[in-house]
Design a protein around this ligand. Structure first.
Ligand code: ZN
Length: 84
């Protein structure tokens, strides 16, 4: 292994990790850390979910509508838009 990744490193470079911006040897070290560190795994999951929800909130209206929204509500919103 090229270098040891600590939890602090992981958090600090998580953005790059998820963006695929890490060098291959860094990526290997990060993956090794993930394999051995459940708390970083759960941190990453939370982080990804936060990004996903953030994108969803900012998404243009042409994006697919999340399934958990009731269809009646969706129809009502679409009708209100057409009227506007
Ligand atoms: Zn860790």
């Amino acid at each position: 292994m090229a270098f040891e990744v600590t939890c602090r490193d992981f958090v600090q470079f998580l953005d790059d990790y998820l963006a695929g911006a890490l060098a291959p040897d860094q990526l290997g070290a990060f993956n090794e850390h993930l394999a051995a560190c459940p708390s970083c795994v759960s941190y990453m999951k939370t982080y990804r979910e936060t990004i996903r929800l953030g994108r969803l909130a900012l998404a243009p209206t042409s994006e697919p509508i999340p399934e958990e929204i009731p269809e009646d509500l969706v129809r009502a919103i679409l009708q209100a838009r057409r009227r506007a």
